[in-house]
Design a protein around this ligand. Structure first.
Ligand code: ATP
Length: 233
């Protein structure tokens, strides 16, 4: 794997019983880019990302993430990979500020938690308990928790599902700012417009395989097929 790749996947396979979720998937994420994995429900996006994050075991294939196999993570490697969790429900009694400070303490070289809270636009909510946040604010908090360790690579799994249009646009700007500051980002999404707005390259996943990779605006038939037009919002 060349040093220009943050993620390299070859022939990835994962089945849940008889359900084949990932079926010989190949993909690369280059250092410094935003790569979007675009596909409909059940295509295998979450399974793929969870394997790359080191949270799920694969059945087969070669995977390198920041030059390591995520199935054998080290503490150092974990500190270099940011993961945006789906929810913060189990920390409901903490305030936004307490939670981000708490997460920062897990990392060897964390960012300034208050600065991270400002970067995700939650300074006004630093003293608020997390259960009182809106959906968009919770997602921003999830991102704050994902980036406070100063990751080189950030995984975001369907980050804007359930957002209203304005919250989506604000969130997109946050992703762009993170990338401009040097963070490599891999995100999954159902939405063609989101993939094209954010990513330098878009990979289309269908039935557990990568069927196309293209720059925004250059995706071919698979991304625009009738079955997937609903991804446009
Ligand atoms: P979505 O957009 O709905 O989240 P996805 O593209 O992320 O879908 P996956 O969640 O990876 O896709 O699911 C791929 C396939 O694997 C689907 O058929 C799904 O039902 C199945 N699957 C996912 N997780 C499990 C599990 N824990 N146990 C059994 N089957 C699963």
């Amino acid at each position: 794997m060349g040093n220009d790749l943050a993620v390299s996947v070859k022939g990835l396979r994962k089945a849940y019983g008889r359900t084949v979720a990932v079926d010989g998937l190949d993909l690369d994420v280059r250092r410094g880019e935003v790569f979007a994995l675009l596909g409909p429900n059940g295509a295998g996006k979450t399974t793929t990302v969870e394997i790359l994050e080191g949270y799920r075991k694969r059945d087969g294939g070669e995977v390198r993430v920041l030059d390591r196999d995520p199935a054998e993570p080290t503490a150092d490697w974990r500190g270099r990979v940011g993961i945006v969790l789906q929810g913060t429900g189990e920390f409901e009694e903490l305030t936004v500020g307490e939670l981000v400070h708490h997460f920062a303490a897990f990392y060897p070289k964390p960012d300034d938690p208050d600065e991270v809270i400002a970067r995700v636009g939650l300074t006004g909510k630093a003293k608020a308990r997390t259960h009182g946040l809106s959906g968009g604010q919770k997602r921003r908090l999830d991102v704050a928790l994902g980036i406070v360790g100063r990751p080189e690579l950030l995984f975001l799994d369907e980050p804007t599902t359930g957002f209203d249009p304005e919250a989506r646009r604000e969130f997109w700007q946050l992703i762009r700012d993170l990338n401009a500051a040097g963070t490599t980002i891999m995100l999954t999404t159902h939405y063609l417009d989101e993939a094209e707005a954010l990513a330098q390259r878009v990979g289309v996943i269908a039935d557990g395989r990568l069927v196309e990779v293209a720059e925004p605006g250059r995706l071919g038939n698979r991304a625009n097929a009738p079955a997937t037009v609903s991804w446009r919002t």
